[in-house]
Each structure stands twice: as C-alpha cells, then as structure tokens.
Ligand binder design. Structure first.
Ligand code: AMP
Length: 215
C-alpha cells in the first residue's frame, strides 16, 4: 500500500513525478488545486469562494479544503493507495488528514516526499508553463515546448496559461508555500516519514530516487 504525500513548490515537478508513480503503481493522484480549478470553471459555490484566494496566491480556508478531501478520500478508487498533491498545506490539514485516515479509512500515510527546487528556477519554470485545457497536458515553453507553437501535441487545442501562473501571484504562492511547508516538514520528519529529493535533476533521475524510497 502506498499512501503518499507529495510536498513541493508550484513547478517543482510534482505533476511529472506523480504521473510516473501512477503509471507504475496503479494508484490515484488527488490534487486539491485541480479540484478547486474544476470548481472555479463550473462556477459552483465552492469555485466562487476559492477563486479570490487562488488569484491572490493565498490558501483557501482549512475547513473548506478538509471537507473536500474527506469526500474525495472516501471514494472507492482511493482504497489501493493515493498520491496527495497540494494537500496538506497546513498543520491543521495534516492533523485532519491523519485523523481521517485512521478513523474513517483504517489506514495511514506511508511516504512523504518533498521535491525541492530553488525559487529562482521555479520562476522560470512557472511563468513559462502552459497547459492544454482539453487534456491537461502540461508544457514549458523553454524546456518542454509543444511541437507547434501554442497548440497541444495530443489534441490540437490552444494552450493556456493558468491565471495564477504570473510573476505577481507566484511570489505570494512561493512565500505561502515556504511558510506552511516548513512546519509540515518538521512534523513529518519527527514521524520519520519525510524524504527530501533534489528536484533540479532530470525527471528520470529524480524518479529513480523516488522509486528507491517507495520500493
Ligand atoms: P496548486 O495547484 O496546488 O498550486 O493550488 C492552486 C491554489 O489552490 C493555491 O494557490 C491555493 O490558493 C489553493 N489550494 C490548493 N490546495 C490547497 C490546500 N491544501 N489548502 C489551501 N489552499 C489550497
């Protein structure tokens, strides 16, 4: 059983690594950011509430996020294991997660992986990040560009930039990330669950290191 928490700043490569883990271990990835963006797109009550926090690069309140995750983790596809991407982001969320796993699902976290990349590199990666609104394929204009400018290789849809992937919002997101994650790292290190991985290496090399932890 692999119940993984993935820590890492926006643009640290969590999405790429999660894709490889899903492929090899047959577990699901749950991204609170994706769930919230879906709600914003739908224009649901949750989306309307979340949007203003997201556009400022601030955290959505714990009670809202914990409620979303309680529902999501109760879905049957989580039984085989999961990767949590973007959750927990605060100590209160981490504690609620522990409690949910223990009392509602009879399980616990098995691995916490922190993928670390210096902020200067993150700025380059994120401001050049584009994604396909149709299939979710993520590109980087400099490091991993689409074959034809601004168009998805897989389905030809026009690529978009996430509205919070701008320099201004990113500064806030990174500040918030470092403040909250520092506390989470202490918490998980105390429990002997934390593994720190150098996220500046090539994706395949990083994945070898991660697989070493998971085996
Ligand atoms: P991400 O895609 O993980 O970078 O998340 C995008 C935005 O969604 C964040 O900047 C927050 O505003 C919000 N968000 C995502 N996950 C959480 C969480 N666990 N707690 C609070 N806010 C969150």
């Amino acid at each position: 059983m692999k119940n993984i928490v993935f820590l890492g700043a926006p643009g640290s490569g969590k999405g790429t690594q999660s894709g490889l883990i899903i492929r090899d271990y047959g577990i699901v990835q749950i991204s609170t950011g994706d769930i919230l963006r879906g709600a914003v797109k739908e224009g649901s009550e949750l989306g309307l509430l979340a949007e203003k926090y997201m556009n400022d690069g601030k955290l959505v309140p714990d009670s809202v996020i914990i409620g979303i995750m309680r529902d999501r983790l109760a879905q049957p596809d989580c039984i085989k294991g999961f990767i949590l991407d973007g959750f927990p982001r605060t100590v209160a969320q981490a504690e609620a997660l522990d409690q949910m796993l223990r009392s509602e699902l009879g399980t616990e976290l098995t691995h916490v992986i922190s993928l670390e990349v210096p902020d200067e590199l993150i700025f380059d990666r994120i401001t050049e990040r584009r994604s396909c609104p149709k299939c979710g394929h993520v590109y980087n204009l400099r490091f991993n560009p689409p074959r034809k400018a601004d168009v998805c290789d897989d389905d030809g849809a026009e690529l978009i930039q996430r509205s919070d992937d701008t320099r201004e919002t990113l500064g806030n997101r990174l500040k918030t990330y470092h403040e909250s994650t520092a506390l989470l790292k202490v918490l998980y290190a105390k429990r002997n669950k934390l593994k720190v991985v150098d996220g500046t290496r090539m994706p395949a090399e990083i994945y070898e290191v991660i697989k070493g932890f998971l085996e």
